[in-house]
Design a protein around this ligand. Structure first.
Ligand code: NDP
Length: 314
């Protein structure tokens, strides 16, 4: 191995709740982990307002503040955080090779993948401007703030159906904006949506603009059959058009489903490559919560530590 290439026992790729929890465990096990933050240090929680469902914060906590505390806790035990992006990996040998966006090569005995997933957005300027000011991609995270207020959900898959049903328990009226004349969601979810009195499904309907200066006041929609535009007054605009796991760089190395979610060995964080472990939303399309991501980060670090012990590396 070339002398100038760093070698570490544990490299963690990603800095959301999964990555930092893996770092806390790995650091306390004296693995001296390196966390590469990725493009969005802190991950999806950096665009969340208040987190009220993470145990231990009875008064809630801002998403960015929570991630700052995760990071501090990881650093307290010796984690090194690097504000850089891993762009390429080579898992062909016993030593795993990774390359950063700067072109640096680093080697590791174990790699914990916690690259997360990103919500897909419609791509409207108004949607971006009002993000966290009424625009959200997570009803379970933010729905509570719209209790007693009317909201809209964009999308027609299982996520959109779930979000609409969740919001229907909090909000007087939920407008579901469906771009075709049918839904993609499973039949049972569709039936539930259609049977819920306070969900109005708008078929063949696309979002023209989210309305409001400093916070969401409504949405202008367009019927793609007639061209007719309508304004619907709402306070919350939930985009549920799918998530994309950030796993492109692992294609060809690790098992993933057709969307790109990594598939671990059931009941573990292990992958088919020895010494490579997965955690967080990159491998979870079902729960996608900060607390479940943190739990899986813990699993990955424990699996990594056990692997290193078995190999006699620590
Ligand atoms: P999906 O890809 O299944 O659905 C995305 C939805 O968003 C589709 O209805 C699509 O419309 C719509 N959409 C996409 N782009 C736009 C756009 N620009 N404007 C308006 N609408 C748009 O994503 P999900 O997140 O819903 O689900 C992902 C996977 O996870 C699925 O396999 C799903 O079954 C699964 N899942 C399972 C759950 C469960 O079992 N409890 C819960 C949540 C998800 P169109 O149909 O016209 O393409």
């Amino acid at each position: 191995m070339a002398n100038n290439i760093e070698h570490h026992k544990c490299i963690i790729v990603g800095s959301g709740p999964a990555g930092y929890t893996a770092a806390i465990y790995a650091a306390r096990a004296n693995l001296k982990p390196i966390v590469y933050t990725g493009q969005e240090p802190g991950g999806q929680l950096m665009i969340t307002t208040d987190v009220e469902n993470y145990p231990g914060y009875p008064l809630g906590i801002g998403g960015p503040k929570m991630m700052e505390e995760f990071q501090q806790q990881a650093e307290r035990f010796g984690t090194e955080v690097r504000y850089d992006l891993i762009e390429k990996v080579d898992f062909s040998g016993p030593v795993h090779k990774l390359w950063t966006a700067n072109g640096d090569e680093v080697h590791a005995d174990t790699v914990v993948i916690s690259t997360g997933a990103s919500a897909k957005w419609l791509g409207l300027e108004s949607e971006q401007r009002l993000n966290s000011k009424g625009v959200s991609a997570c009803a379970v995270c933010d729905g509570f703030f719209y209790k007693g207020l009317d909201v809209a959900v964009v999308g027609a898959g299982d996520t959109a159906a779930e979000e609409a049903l969740y919001l229907s328990k909090l909000c007087p009226r939920v407008h579901m904006l469906v771009r075709r004349d049918e839904m993609r969601a499973s039949k049972i979810m569709q039936e539930r949506v259609l049977a819920t009195e306070n969900i109005t499904v708008h078929w063949n309907t696309e979002t023209d603009e989210v309305l409001g200066a400093d916070e969401v006041e409504g949405v202008r929609v367009v019927n793609n059959q007639t061209g007719e535009k309508t304004e619907i007054p709402i306070k919350g605009f939930f985009v549920a058009i799918g998530h994309k796991p950030n796993t492109d760089i692992f294609k060809g190395w690790l098992d993933m489903d057709e969307i790109g979610y990594l598939i671990p060995v059931p009941g573990t964080s292990k992958t088919k490559i020895e010494g490579v472990f997965v955690s967080g939303d990159a491998q979870d399309k079902t729960y996608r919560q900060a607390v479940t991501a943190a739990g899986s980060g813990c699993m990955a670090a424990l699996d990594a530590e056990r692997y290193l012990t078995e190999k006699g590396i620590v």
